[in-house]
Design a protein around this ligand. Sequence first.
Ligand code: CDP
Length: 571
Amino acid sequence: MKIGKNAITVLERRYLIKDENGEVVETVDELFDRVAGAIAGADSLYNTDADRQALAEEFRELMTSLEFLPNSPTLMNAGRPLGQLSACFVLPVEDSMEAIFEAIKQAALIHKSGGGTGFSFSRLRASGSTVKTTGGVASGPVSFMRVFNMATEAVKQGGTRRGANMGILRVDHPDILAFIDCKKNNADITNFNISVGITEEFMEAAIAGRDYALYDPRTRQEVGRLNAKEVFDRIVDGAWRNGEPGIIFLDRLNRDNVVPGQGQIESTNPCGEQPLLPYESCNLGSINLVTVLRRMDDGSFVIDYDKLGRIVKLAVHFLDNVIDVNKYPLEIIDKTTKATRKIGLGVMGWADMLLRMGIPYNSEAAVELAGRVMGFITETGRQESRELARARGSFPLFAESIYADGEPLRNATVTTIAPTGTLSILAGCSSGVEPVFAFAYIRNVMDGTEMIEVNPVLKEVLTERGLYSDELMKKVIEAGSLQHIDEIPDDIKRVFVCSHDISPLYHVKMQAAFQQHTDNAVSKTVNFTHDATREDVAEVYLQAYRLGCKGVTIYRDGSRDSQVLNIGHVK
Ligand code: CDP
């Protein structure tokens, strides 16, 4: 198996089975056998003659070759008593004390199993409005978010991984200004990512400098007006300060709502890539694009679309099986999920693929290739979903879906681009569709020593040209980029661009190119250098809006005390 040292450390810490003394009692091979066997088991629901053994072998090979990996909960829990396999959930929060605390309990159960939850708080009455049964005064969405946050904090210790939440508030909710500012202090509400739910109408009002209306969530009566440009600037200011809030475009999410009759999509999962209806869950999986490159005789790399097509089909089959094998934390989630059978197949290793092909991330060629690759994946994934529908039936709500006039589909959605935070470490490739953050950095190893880590593609290219040395890598670490290092030839500099060498506009263009060919959404952070201005951030929001993105997350370097990735140093 090709799995690397960092991957083994991650697997040992959280994924391999441990006994009651915390000793690991499973090997990496056994993990993949366990997952492959459990997921292949679903085939016997549809075909009594199914050759489960042969399919399990195919699934195992798909994962151990690192061509495809399912999201973390599937790796952790498949074939085990907990059996909860999805990364993403959305829960409704209704406007009553009972419902609010019920949602907190439901979220706790999901977090315990490694899933993440998204909530819209837009239905909660505004702070200051009256509470009928007590005559008291409501405390509003933000104060309840703090309770959700505390519950998450408490569950965190015992669960399989740190619980993550998305909190959404519609821009026309009366508490919107308090919401925009609720994470101004970096130490507040730390278990949430927050996003303002924006409408195209609001964006047009902001561009024109007009007022817009706020509505009482219970009566839908207009209760106030704000200047859209001022609210937009306040969102931008927050994002510029510390990356919060992000924005999501609600009407775009709902334009792609496959079953509008079932209600509105009001939230996404924690990292924003998976819009869901209340009580839906979704399991994700990602293809490692590096593994579909073929080296030609002249040393150049091309994409092997036949191989990619085979991986896509097997991966869709795998993810559809996950829906049946999954043990859902609540009966209603089981029912809602199986009504649409959404899956989210995506990619990782995109930046590494471009490096190998010699295409700069910040070029029109890369943007164009993104569309071609993702278009191929979504189209091929749908073909497989149609084939599964022929054998197993379409998703139960197909007849009322936006696809009802076409050929039956097994899955209401097929593609999603996840961040692949852990999966990309397991696969040893760049994460999701992000550019490489740093080509070389120092890793603090557990025994207190430091190690230089170098991007494998850069190391290979420099070694082939006889240029590689530890000294040179130290210079790269110091500078945070290759761009101003004299010893590195210009042709390498042009291709090996890292996040901060790429203009925010190209970050957005890449996100938009993938979005155009993705059923769900794209997880992407637009990175800014520390000296970026609020106007720069505003410009990116407008670009994302114009280019058809479903949301935007930005991060300005150094704008939080502790950030996950630092140029030069990681823990
Ligand atoms: O790589 P991995 O499968 O571990 O996850 P990811 O692609 O980084 O994140 C995918 C989704 O998993 C996120 O959007 C969340 O819904 C969920 N997640 C979570 O709930 N808690 C975490 N600590 C990380 C991810």
